[in-house]
Structure formats: C-alpha cells, structure tokens
Design a protein around this ligand. Structure first.
Ligand code: FPP
Length: 226
C-alpha cells in the first residue's frame, strides 16, 4: 500500500455547477466552499499531512470583477469565521502564490498563517494568485542571484513549496483533463486522477474511492516493475 502524505486538488466545476443548479456561477463557488470544508475533514480522518488547494490562479484575474470579488469575499469570510476552528483542529495554513492583494486581505492571510503556524495535524497549502510558471521563474531568479549551484535541491529551496513534500496524488474534478499551470515541477511523479464530477458534487465517498485506488497503484518512480 502506498503511503499518502500529500494530496493536491484542482477544484474545478464550481461555475458550471452554479449555472446549472442556481443560475449563477457565484452560487457554485459558495457550494464549492462546502465541499472544501468536507474534504478538509476527510483529509484529517485519512491521516494525510498536506492538502494543497488551487483556489485562485494567476490566470483567474481574467474573470469578471464581480466573480473575483465574490471569491475573495468568500475567502475572507471563511478565514474570519473559521480561524478558531482551524486552530482547534491543529491545522496549519500556508498560502502559496504571490500575496499582492488588498492590504486588508494580505494582513488577514498573514495573521491567519501566523496564528496557525505551529499546528501539526494537517497543513493546508492554499494556492492563491498562484501560477507554476511565475513560481519557477521567481525561484530561478533567486537561485541565480544566490550564486548557488543550479540543481534540483537548490531550486526546491526557492519555490513557494519549500519544505513541502511533492504531492503523491493530484485530483482534478470537473471532467477537464489539464493541469492549468498548477505545481508543474512538483507533480513530476504524482499520480493524477481526473474526476468527472463538478467540485460542489464531489463527496467524501468519491475522495475515499480515489484514495483507495491510489493506495494500490504500483509506483515505480522511473524504476522497473519487479
Ligand atoms: C474553479 O471552478 C474554481 C475556482 C477558480 C475557485 C475555487 C474556489 C472555491 C472552491 C471556493 C472558495 C475556496 C476557499 C478556500 C475560500 P470554475 O469556476 O473554473 O468552474 P467552471 O470550470 O465550471 O467554470
């Protein structure tokens, strides 16, 4: 059985769910947050130590302002309302991505990260204004400037995901088969599962089914099957 330390998720399908069920994309994001909360609890129950959630990409700024504002309000309210509960559950939070939001949101994110920084049950990496290409270019610039040798280990130290093990499992919901600029370096050997269901329809049971399948895969990491 494969050990499972780190699950990364591209939570796709909120917009389609919202349009289909409530005639509004934003209603899909609201429902998507319900799924986020459930999946966090299942991740803890499954004793998985890292959960990386793709909440907002560098490309998502192309969306209508109304939708962007809705998403960030959702995030802000979630953090304000649930911070104590996250702390009580011994959850650590790390934001990956470029934190260049409003001063208010930047401060909220920083103080949430600080409050939860010593927690050890589960580390949630929230990818916000995250893009893998930007992350890699920034890391390469820093590595070059440092004068250190250019190798995998040194590059890893300049990524946003420094000290986080690579994802063992990547899940993308929403019946779309692409990676959307998410952790391109880190998923070199991840097992990838594309799920047909839209994120708000993704249930604990669907998650557990994927985890069970993952556990049984023969992972060779480039070696041969014996
Ligand atoms: C992709 O679905 C989803 C997003 C860009 C946002 C993800 C946000 C949430 C799950 C809720 C908020 C989360 C937190 C942590 C506060 P899409 O809108 O691209 O869906 P579509 O492909 O159907 O258009």
């Amino acid at each position: 059985m494969n050990p499972l330390k780190h699950v990364a998720i591209i939570m796709d399908g909120n917009g389609r769910w919202g349009l289909k069920n409530k005639s509004s994309r934003n209603a899909g994001h609201k429902q998507g947050l319900v799924t986020v909360e459930k999946i966090i609890q299942t991740t803890i129950k499954q004793n998985i130590k890292y959960l990386t959630l793709y909440a907002f990409s560098t490309e998502n700024w192309k969306r209508p302002k109304k939708e962007i504002n809705y998403l960030f309000n959702l995030l802000e309210n979630f953090l304000k309302k649930k911070l104590n509960l996250l702390h009580k559950q011994n959850i650590k939070l790390k934001v990956i991505g470029v934190k260049n939001f409003s001063i208010k949101l930047n401060n909220l994110l920083k103080s949430a990260e600080k409050k939860l920084s010593k927690n050890t049950t589960l580390q949630i990496n929230l990818a916000l204004n995250y893009g893998s290409k930007t992350e890699l270019i920034d890391a390469l610039k820093k590595l070059k400037k440092s004068g250190e040798k250019i190798n995998e280990k040194n590059l890893n130290n300049y990524l946003q995901t420094k000290n986080i093990p690579d994802p063992d499992l990547l899940i993308r919901t929403g019946n779309t088969h692409r990676l959307s600029n998410f952790l391109l370096w880190q998923i070199a050997y991840s097992e990838i599962f594309f799920e047909k269901k839209l994120w708000p329809d993704f249930k604990e049971n669907d998650y557990i089914k994927i985890i069970k399948k993952f556990r049984l895969i023969k992972r060779n990491f480039g070696n041969i099957n014996e």
